[in-house]
Ligand binder design. Structure first.
Ligand SMILES: [Fe+2]
Length: 167
């Protein structure tokens, strides 16, 4: 694979860790509001992002590239509401999707078929992520001021867990 592609993959690796920080900041906001289920949702999301990062870490190493880890910007820590946090999360996932598409374009231009194949997993994952956040936002909007329904959703998200598949 060419230098531009391996560098872009390394950047994405670091961006996945940044995504984990973004979601952990959202978890911290929810914990601060005593919404432990929503907090758990975002903690699990952060775990998923670290898994994504390590998937790229392994791939680059397997392909003989030296990985470098860089620092990240501070994520946003303050939100107006849980809905506001989920709307930021949805925007973040759309940004990730654009980045994965850009990576795929680079891989296609380089005729790097192994990387094209590797990125397909991320493309599928992004479809899932966007659908997930979209549906939660719709639920939260429908719930609106119904505090019973809101706390039921908080309870439901307390059950979310992440079992990492093999890298
Ligand atoms: Fe991700």
């Amino acid at each position: 694979m060419n230098e531009q592609l391996s560098k872009a993959l390394n950047d994405q690796l670091n961006f996945e860790f940044y995504s984990a920080q973004v979601y952990l900041a959202m978890a911290a906001y929810c914990s601060g509001e005593s919404l432990d289920g929503f907090a758990n949702f975002f903690i699990v999301q952060a775990e998923e992002e670290r898994f994504h990062a390590m998937k790229i870490y392994k791939y680059l190493n397997d392909r003989g590239h030296r990985v470098t880890i860089s620092g990240m910007d501070n994520p946003l820590n303050e939100y107006r509401s849980v809905l506001d946090a989920f709307e930021h999360a949805f925007e973040h996932e759309k940004l990730v999707t654009r980045r994965i598409y850009d990576l795929s374009d680079l891989a296609l231009n380089d005729r790097e078929h192994a990387t094209i194949q590797f990125l397909k997993w991320f493309i599928d994952e992004q479809v899932e992520e966007e659908a997930l956040f979209d549906s939660i936002i719709n639920k939260l909007k429908r719930i609106d001021q119904d505090s019973n329904a809101f706390f039921m959703l908080d309870n439901e998200f307390a059950q979310r867990s992440f079992t990492p598949p093999a890298l």
